[in-house]
Design a protein around this ligand. Structure first.
Ligand code: SF4
Ligand code: SF4
Length: 313
């Protein structure tokens, strides 16, 4: 076996994962397929609504959306979506954050950015740990804003209507400010079209929030070249919800105390982890990286001693 064969063999899982990601990306954005092959794939729409991924309902390439969007949208409509929350919990219990690593289009876009050959960087552990809390703050803000809507539509319609009007966009498209999917698939193309049609940068400077969020998400995309999955780590609302359930999932990774050489003599697994997880500080019997692991399996495929295993149950 020559060096090239060994290199390919060591990355077979990643190659396979990228193939799955590309297929999933095209299927989720199925209007591309409808346009090219002149077929009707509308039946996929309802299925996509329960997919545990982040997908804006305003994505014009995919009329469906991910389950997080529908859960929060239900709150704004005065409904507590018990059925959707149940499906969400069940999916995470059985698949953990596999969908983040293998299926989510926003994960795929960030992986494509990270594939640009650069020296990947890590943040100071204390900074990383503090930033991880950001996405939970996002969820807390959303819950504080939306739970009153879910509870008052039936009991106090006047309050419901007034409160919904007072929270502006949060009442109509609750995740939009926090969704990279919203910016990549809806907001950026619209701004680009407006700028092109008016032949001026006016639409970009229309209001401060539009300008700020456009620059913010552009920076996030650029940073994901050096800091893989930076959006998933620190901002994604789906990541915040799923990581809280992750350690109860049946799907986990484990590390053999007999085979593993530890950080001083090896530590390769931590160097390749796109989520900057301190794998070697995690328990041997199972680890989820405090809910951050997305089952990309990079650590498993590079481990020279075959110390990392998939565990179910
Ligand atoms: S790469 Fe494998 S042997 Fe090396 S530290 Fe990580 S788990 Fe242990
Ligand atoms: S711990 Fe392993 S499987 Fe999980 S995100 Fe890091 S490299 Fe991927």
């Amino acid at each position: 076996m020559n060096l090239k064969d060994i290199h390919i063999k060591n990355h077979l899982v990643t190659i396979f994962r990228h193939i799955i990601q590309i297929i999933a990306f095209i299927l989720i954005n199925y209007l591309i397929l409808e346009f090219i092959f002149k077929i009707n794939l509308k039946a996929l729409e309802n299925f996509f609504r329960i997919l545990p991924i982040l997908n804006s309902p305003r994505n014009p390439l995919s009329k469906g959306a991910g389950i997080t969007e529908y859960i929060f949208f239900s709150f704004t409509e005065g409904i507590i979506p018990v059925f959707l929350i149940g499906i969400f919990i069940l999916i995470i219990l059985f698949t953990n954050r596999f969908f983040c690593g293998w299926i989510c289009p926003i994960g795929t876009i960030q992986d494509a950015c990270a594939a640009i050959p650069t020296n990947k960087k890590t943040l100071k552990i204390s900074t990383h740990n503090s930033l991880l809390k950001l996405k939970y703050i996002v969820i807390i803000i959303l819950v504080i804003l939306l739970i009153p809507l879910a509870l008052t539509k039936e009991t106090n319609i006047t309050y419901y209507l007034e409160f919904r009007a007072s929270i502006g966009d949060f009442g109509d498209k609750p995740l939009s400010y926090f969704s990279l999917s919203e910016y990549i698939f809806y907001f950026f193309p619209n701004i680009a079209i407006n700028v092109f049609q008016t032949a001026s940068l006016g639409p970009l400077f229309k209001n401060f929030l539009v300008f700020f969020l456009t620059i913010f998400y552009l920076i996030i995309i650029v940073l994901s070249v050096w800091y893989p999955r930076i959006y998933c780590r620190y901002i994604c609302p789906f990541a915040a919800l799923s990581s809280t359930i992750s350690s109860y999932s049946f799907l986990k990774l484990s590390r053999s105390p007999v085979r593993c050489l530890g950080r001083t003599e090896c530590g390769v697994c931590e160097k390749v982890c796109p989520k900057q997880i301190r794998i070697l500080d995690e328990p041997f019997e199972f680890f989820t990286g405090k809910g951050e692991c997305n089952y990309c399996l990079k650590c498993k495929e590079v481990c020279p001693h075959d110390a990392i295993n998939i565990k179910f149950g």
